[in-house]
Design a protein around this ligand. Structure first.
Ligand code: DCP
Ligand code: MG
Ligand code: MN
Length: 333
């Protein structure tokens, strides 16, 4: 089972899925992040392609697909499989690492160390969780639920409860669900929530005073029994577990509190996709800007970023870096 299997309604779903599987292998087992990005990009490109690819040569003409991947497409078309993938499937170390990294908080390095200690399965971890962090233990506790995708309608219900509860603390809070949900996906892996407040701006962030806003919010959501566990909680970021009620699975909830003047850069970042963000940031650099989840800043001739540009909408960011505007639904690649 892969993280993002592409459905059979996509004309190139089988290519996408073997590329995504190779990407996961590079990320989790080989630890080659260049290859990981290359496979992911190629899968995204093929996933967006409207017609069935008929040869490696045809694929090679598309963005992000070079000789090696086009040869794999030819091999797959000719034999219905890939030797490289067959070998990966028969490798017990790969299998164990793939299983262990499905637990939130267990990355490839921890998985490798667990593997070297003899762990192979989730059940073995559940019996001996001593070496795990709090985050990893919670990940293990809700392992099965966290594997399940969240239907759009359930996110809408969670959104409504979040808004009601947070705005009853202060009606000026502005709440936006981002991530794959905002990109219009019919189901999502988690609930990515962005919160801002007009009285909280970036000039107040670097002050020494602790900002209690997020902790208050998390406390209220916990008292209301919407949040049922915390993986981590800082001044601007929360990661945890939520549940509509006992009839529903436990869901991963991410919350970010962002200064009002950084809201649009934050929304852009948190909407993704991760591949889209990378592409857009690279374009920004080509245009002489640096873009991150906080600000858009011009790069001086020495490459030093200047003062943040004032942004009043997501479209502004696209305009400044001369990148054609894309609606969230068109940011899936
Ligand atoms: N993000 C990013 N780079 C990362 C991780 C995240 O740019 N390495 C941004 C883009 C993502 C957004 O944060 O779209 C939310 O991250 P998620 O991991 O929740 O990803 P998605 O919401 O896109 O997909 P899913 O349905 O799996 O949650
Ligand atoms: Mg998400
Ligand atoms: Mn998330």
């Amino acid at each position: 089972k892969r993280k993002n299997p592409v459905g059979e309604e996509n004309p190139n779903y089988d290519f996408c899925n073997f590329l995504l599987e190779l990407a996961e292998y590079e990320k989790n087992v080989s630890r080659n992040m260049h290859k990981f990005s290359a496979y992911k990009k190629a899968a995204a490109t093929l996933g967006e392609h409207p017609t069935r690819i008929k040869s490696g040569d045809e694929a090679r003409k598309l963005k992000g697909i070079g000789d090696k991947i086009s040869k794999k497409i030819d091999e797959f078309l000719a034999t219905g499989k890939l030797k490289k993938l067959e070998n990966i499937h028969n490798d017990p170390k790969t299998e164990a690492i793939n299983i262990l990294t499905k637990v939130t908080g267990i990355g490839p390095a921890k998985a490798l160390s667990l593997y070297n200690q003899g762990f192979r399965t989730i059940e073995e971890l559940q019996k001996n969780p001593e070496s795990l962090t709090h985050h990893q233990k919670i990940g293990l506790k809700y392992y099965e639920d966290f594997e399940k995708k969240i239907p759009r309608q359930e996110i809408q219900e969670i959104e409504k409860r979040l808004k009601d509860l947070i705005q009853s603390i202060d009606s000026l809070y502005k709440i936006t669900i981002c991530g794959s949900y905002r990109r219009g996906k019919s189901e999502s892996g988690d609930v990515d929530t962005l919160i801002t407040h007009p009285n909280w701006t970036s000039d107040k962030v670097n002050k020494k005073d602790k900002n209690p806003m997020l902790k208050k919010i998390i406390n209220a959501l916990t008292v209301a029994d919407l949040i049922i566990d915390t993986l981590s909680l800082g001044e601007t970021k929360f990661m945890g577990a939520c549940r509509l009620d006992s009839e529903h699975p436990v869901r991963r909830l991410d919350i970010r509190l962002t200064p009002y003047d950084q809201y649009y850069c934050s929304i852009l970042y948190f909407t993704g996709s991760d591949v889209f963000n990378k592409t857009m940031r690279a374009h920004a650099v080509e245009q002489g800007f640096t873009l991150n989840e906080y600000t858009l800043r011009p790069l001086g001739s020495t490459g030093v970023p200047g003062e943040p540009i004032e942004i009043t909408s997501e479209e502004d960011i696209f305009d400044f870096i001369d990148y054609p505007y894309k609606k969230p639904e068109d940011r899936n690649a």
